[in-house]
Design a protein around this ligand. Structure first.
Ligand code: TRP
Ligand code: ZN
Length: 871
């Protein structure tokens, strides 16, 4: 590990900064070997701070060339430097510090700080990358105005960008040129950005509600310039939506987005200069799937929405990350819901939360949405902070109503614009704006774990009353063994025997460990519809019979709960088949189960997209969550058995619907909700049919692949073929390779597809693909496509009982750790849940974790995950 054991940082140790920055001015001289950074910052001692308080600056991997305080050079005894920063003991209350550092962006493979991607310079400063550029109080509660001058070779780097407005530019005598950018808004260093390179751009304009004309630009390398239109349209929709829904306008004259190929995450909301992973910008019908189109729009929205939730109001410290991320994910979810189908979006988000966040909550890395300690903050950009954080924000809206929530948001901006604040400030704004007592709600920020809510119903026919009895518990997690009850909003409906709501939807406020709610004037025994719209991030159980679930699937007025009833029925069935499989008993599917699926398939009154969701079985990962200790091979066998049995029983219906939808989809490609829904249902049918061993079906797949007018249909057919040993598989994969070998993003799909195959030689294939000329371990998208897909989306082979999958992953993690610790630390996580597997596998996983832990020179990033997994 790096410099001994990494230190743990605690929320309770927070202290306000001793010095503020009035302004900072940066000069970057970008070179081919090294880059010289000059920083001039004006510091001001905060009021109430002792005169002898030292000025503390962070800095990592910097060569210090010059240092002057108030114009005078400092000597080595005037300050002290360590691996992590610098401390200057005797400074005046107002002082100017000038620092010159040398850095090596061309050698920076961590993709944090200043680095190169495809020969262009770019930065990534969140969370703590700015300290790899210069010595600075790199903490989010130090906000100031930045001026940035960039000097670089004009031929190689014709475009020079930073935050804010361009206030000057010109040529230099030696073939270099320069540009000066000034950002009038105060911001923390993590929102700083610089880009320099040979880039083209597309331009558009947006006029804000109050009449400001904003120039919109998307920058990219020339060969992708024709794939930026969807991103640009998405940006304009996001700007309009935020005005309509939250009254929030853009505040600068220019908004720039730069697409880069090498990026650790999805995208970054730097003020006025977003940097995006190119996979979240480029779209054309031939190269991007429906899912790509939808996620591009969502992430463009997400980064844009950060301008208010994150940038104008930022975080006091990194423990408050969910203040900006949970809130901004909630906002992007609402954006997508308002523009497309609200129920489909809800189903997708909840599916993702249950699969990944519930698993994290049950893992050694479980943490509250506001953690109370961390070793490496990059490890806390998690599904808990982001997605559970968004659920917590959604609960305010459920409790206060849309108008009440909006009042809370307005008060939040009124109070905190231009400040760095904490989650308590958000809660207080919500409570105060609505004169509500939300003190118990604070527990969602402080306690980890997924609450279990168990419900029982009693009906009294004589009194015509119905009571719902609730108990809530929450399992122990690393930060606490015993939990206090949460305030849980539970939306419920009671259905009569005709499937009608007897009292609409009510929001119950569950506040106690045990609580009963009574309903009067209930004329008949109801079937309860509980946790409608997934009104809280909990696991809710109720003793539903299979008949109840089929009834809810048909009649519930809440589309989410109609879907959820189907998932419950499928899970019950899967768990009982798994039990039979483990006892080596013969197993089959009940007729009622098959007819429930047939009903969905043939109900033409149902929305296509919702039918597609309803026909999708819980994933192998979802099942592993429920079947402990997990045996991934058994889970795969049972799930495939259900697929194949349904496919054979319903073949005629599947073929009819497939042909019908295929014929309807022959026009031009459009990523609107209706067309996307039609394609998903069609391709779900094809995936079922692919479970039948029949050459004519393989031909249908090849046919769809070869004639597809868009990437969605091509990929859907190819992915069915990729799981089948047949000649059509090889033809299609080779064809795809030859057609797309010059498009890096499309090739990621080709790598991912082969890594997720269930065919027996998949690991060998993956190992072979590591040697493919287009594979590159330094590119995070490639790593995620091949290594990540194998370890995270192929439980059958990753968990091969001989441990080969674990050993493969461990080798990659160690290679990656030497170049990019953030990516290594993401890749190691599939090993983290070793305790949930049966003994042979869990022992093999643990052994690999131990191998990593003892590896010399391990990063703090990986060390934190591994050491927490092994306690
Ligand atoms: N703030 C970014 C977001 O929109 C997340 C992010 C981008 C990030 N790049 C990063 C976080 C690098 C840590 C490290 O969610
Ligand atoms: Zn974000």
């Amino acid at each position: 590990m790096k410099q001994g054991e990494p230190k743990t940082i605690y929320l309770q140790d927070y202290t306000a900064p001793a010095y503020r920055v009035d302004a900072v001015s940066l000069v970057f001289e970008l070179g081919e070997d090294a880059t010289r950074v000059t920083s001039v910052a004006n510091y001001r001692r905060a009021s109430g701070v002792a005169a002898d308080a030292p000025l503390e600056l962070f800095g990592e991997n910097l060569e210090l060339l010059e240092i002057r305080l108030n114009g005078l050079p400092l000597t080595a005894t005037d300050y002290s430097v360590s691996d992590t920063g610098m401390s200057i003991p005797n400074v005046s209350a107002l002082c100017t510090l000038e620092i010159v550092t040398r850095i090596y962006p061309q050698k920076n493979t961590s993709l944090e700080g200043l680095y190169q991607t495809s020969g262009n310079f770019c930065t990534q400063c969140e969370a703590q990358g700015f300290r790899k550029i210069t010595y600075y109080p790199d903490r989010p509660d130090v906000m100031t105005v930045f001026t940035t001058q960039i000097l670089a070779d004009k031929q190689k780097y014709p475009v020079l960008l930073s935050n804010g407005n361009l206030t000057g530019s010109g040529d230099l005598a030696d073939g270099r040129h320069w540009a000066r950018w000034e950002d009038p808004f105060q911001k923390p260093a993590y929102l700083f950005a610089l880009v320099a390179g040979n880039l083209q751009h597309v331009e558009d304009h947006y006029t804000t509600l109050s009449g400001r004309d904003v120039t919109l630009r998307i920058y990219t390398e020339a060969h992708n310039i024709d794939k930026c239109d969807h991103a640009m349209q998405s940006l304009k929709r996001a700007m309009h939506w935020d005005e309509q829904r939250f009254g929030l306008e853009y505040d600068l004259d220019i908004y720039m987005i730069v697409a880069v190929d090498d990026f650790n995450m999805g995208a970054m909301e730097n003020k006025g200069l977003n940097v995006f992973n190119s996979k979240l910008v480029f779209a054309s019908p031939a190269t991007a799937t429906d899912m790509d189109y939808v996620s591009i729009e969502a992430v463009i929205g997400h980064e844009y929405f950060h301008n208010w939730t994150g940038n104008r109001v930022t975080c006091r410290d990194w423990f408050q990350l969910s203040l900006k991320e949970g809130l901004t994910v909630f906002r992007d979810q609402e954006f997508t819901s308002d523009l497309h189908s609200r129920s489909v979006k809800r189903i997708e988000d909840v599916r993702m939360l249950r699969t990944h966040q519930f698993a994290e909550d049950a893992s050694p890395m479980a943490h509250p949405i506001r953690p109370s300690s961390y070793m490496e903050i990059n490890n806390f950009y998690t599904v808990t902070v982001y997605e559970k954080g968004a659920e917590v924000v959604r609960m305010y809206q459920t409790l206060l109503g849309r108008d009440g929530f909006r009042k809370g948001m307005d008060l939040y901006f009124q109070r905190h614009d231009g400040h760095a604040v904490s989650t308590e400030n958000f809660l207080a704004a919500m409570a105060d704006a609505n004169a509500a007592d939300l003190s118990q709600f604070q527990r969602w920020y402080d306690q980890a774990g997924t609450p279990d809510v168990a419900v029982r119903m009693a009906y009294d026919a004589a009194a015509q009353t119905c009571t719902l009895h609730f108990t809530q518990t929450c399992p122990a997690t690393p930060e606490a063994a015993v939990k206090s009850p949460f305030l849980i909003p539970i939306e419920v409906g009671l259905l009569n025997s005709h499937g009608q709501d007897m009292l609409g939807t009510q929001v119950l406020r569950l506040t106690e460990a045990e609580q009963t709610f009574s309903f009067s004037d209930v004329p008949e025994q109801p079937v309860p519809s509980l946790l409608r719209g997934f009104s809280a991030p909990v696991k809710l159980s109720y003793p539903y019979t299979a008949a109840d679930l089929v009834f809810l699937m048909k009649h519930d007025s809440d589309a989410f709960n109609r879907w959820d009833a189907g998932q419950r029925l499928a899970m019950q069935t899967i768990l009982s088949l798994l039990a039979a499989h483990q006892q080596q008993e013969a197993f089959g599917l009940e007729h009622d189960f098959i007819s429930a699926y047939q009903a969905i398939l043939t109900d033409a009154t149902l929305d296509h997209a919702l039918r597609a969701e309803a026909l999708t079985l819980p994933s192998e990962a979802d099942i592993a969550e429920r079947a402990r200790p997990s045996d991934p091979e058994a889970i795969h066998t049972v799930r495939e058995f259900i697929h194949a049995t349904l496919a054979k029983a319903l073949r005629l219906d599947l073929e009819t619907l497939y042909a019908d939808l295929h014929a309807q989809g022959q026009g031009d490609y459009s990523p609107d909700a209706a067309s996307i829904g039609r394609r998903s249902l069609k391709n779900v049918c094809l995936a079922y049919l692919g479970r039948i061993q029949d050459d004519s079906i393989h031909e249908t797949c090849l046919q769809q692949y070869m004639t597809a007018g868009n990437m969605t249909d091509a990929m859907a057919a190819l992915s069915v073929l990729s799981r089948i040993e047949c000649p059509q598989r090889e033809v299609a994969l080779q064809h795809f390779h030859d057609r797309w070998q010059h498009d890096a993003l499309v090739m990621d799909k080709w790598f991912a597809l082969q890594a997720t195959s269930s065919l027996p030689d998949t690991l060998q294939q993956v190992q072979g693909l590591m040697q493919h000329p287009l594979f590159d371990l330094r590119n995070p998208n490639k790593v995620r496509a091949l290594v990540g897909s194998f370890a995270m989306r192929n439980p059958l082979h990753f968990h091969a009982p001989d441990g080969s999958g674990y050993a493969f992953l461990t080798d990659r993690v160690l290679e990656l750790d030497a170049m990019n610790p953030q990516i290594a630390s993401r890749m190691v996580r599939p090993l983290m849940n070793w305790r949930q597997y049966e003994t042979i596998r869990s022992g093999l996983m643990k052994a690999q974790l131990e191998r990593i832990q003892t590896h010399a020179g391990l990063s703090g990033d990986v060390y934190e995950i591994v050491s927490k997994s092994l306690v």
